[in-house]
Design a binder for this molecule. Structure first.
Ligand code: BEZ
Ligand code: FE
Length: 315
């Protein structure tokens, strides 16, 4: 017969039970561990055990969940990060982004980075055309980069990227699209002004040929992103902004697959038919025009675009 009470082990600690599962697992952590890791794991175990108790999965259901996670991992390679995609469609990427980018009012909000940013896109002079495949409805994007006091941010750098008119990024179609199609880097002038030519973006599906796409199907969800242009705007002494401009007429604006839309990022795209205005921009009428200012919040530091982009891409 054991000398200790029947529901405890030889150290007097409780055995695992359905009722005390969370406390028993968390009590197993050592004394001398990273306190942040303790907090993170204790919270995860608490909510995970609560979810399992609420769901009461069958063994088959639990194995199906493990199989899904295994396949999600197996889908990952140098170009494809299925776990980030999972985080995106569950709204976790946007939640982490929101928590980490609380900006003063008036500053341009962040939104999701997505997997298709490429450091080292072609550099263009202002007015350059990033559309290299000639498809789509021509667009002029113009505006200013200013600070929260409305002062120009001279020399701010703008990285821009978007899909082509078929709904693919150049990196998804090596050998089909010209390399560097619909991406570029621009430097705002001394007044913080920038402008470039492109094509009006269209909605497109996130990569849906893997486990995350299957999950969306089972959930009765579509995989489409609301039409957008991506931007990263950087300038020394300012917080970098990873953001989008959305078109107002996209059918997926209210139901973006990764929850990236914010009201303050929906722009006014105007169709221009005036031949004089077209000539001023070196365009043929009709064309689309969007005027968009980026408002940067202040930050300490003198980091260059390269350093700021490096922090964004490597964490
Ligand atoms: C994108 O906008 O490029 C994107 C964002 C999240 C998942 C997939 C694509
Ligand atoms: Fe995108």
């Amino acid at each position: 017969m054991p000398m200790h009470p029947p529901d405890t082990n030889h150290n007097g600690l409780p055995y695992f039970s359905e009722e005390n599962s969370q406390a028993v697992v968390n009590a197993r952590m050592g004394e001398d561990i990273n306190p942040r890791l303790r907090q993170v794991m204790a919270t995860l175990v608490k909510h995970l055990h609560a979810a399992v108790k609420e769901i009461e999965p069958t063994h088959e259901e639990w194995l199906a969940a493990i199989k899904f996670l295994t396949e999600t991992g197996q889908m990952c390679n140098a170009w494809r990060q299925e776990f980030i995609l999972l985080s995106d469609v569950l709204g976790v990427s946007m939640l982490v982004d929101s928590i980490n980018n609380r900006r003063p009012s008036g500053a341009t909000p962040n939104t999701i980075l997505g997997p298709f940013f490429v450091d080292g896109a072609p550099r263009y002079l202002l007015g350059g055309n990033i559309c290299l495949d000639g498809k789509g409805e021509p667009l002029v994007v113009r505006g200013r980069v200013v600070d929260t006091q409305g002062r120009p941010v001279a020399g701010a750098m703008l990285d821009v990227w978007q899909t082509n008119d078929d709904g693919f990024y150049d990196v998804q179609q090596h050998g089909i699209q010209p390399e560097g199609n619909l991406r570029g880097v621009f430097e705002a002038d001394a007044d913080g002004c920038y402008w470039f030519k492109s094509v009006k973006p269209r909605h497109y599906p996130i990569p849906a040929d893997g486990p995350v796409g299957q999950l969306l199907g089972h959930l009765g969800r579509h995989p489409n992103r609301a039409a957008h242009l991506h931007f990263i705007v950087t300038a020394a002494g300012h917080q970098p902004v990873i953001t989008h401009i959305f078109t107002p007429d996209c059918p997926y604006l209210q139901q973006d697959a990764v929850f990236g839309v914010k009201q303050d990022l929906v722009a006014d795209f105007q169709q221009v038919t005036d031949p004089e205005q077209a000539a001023r921009f070196g365009m043929a009428a009709p064309f689309w025009r969007v005027d968009w200012d980026f408002v940067l919040a202040p930050a300490a530091g003198t980091a260059s675009r390269e350093e700021l982009i490096g922090r964004i891409t490597t964490g």
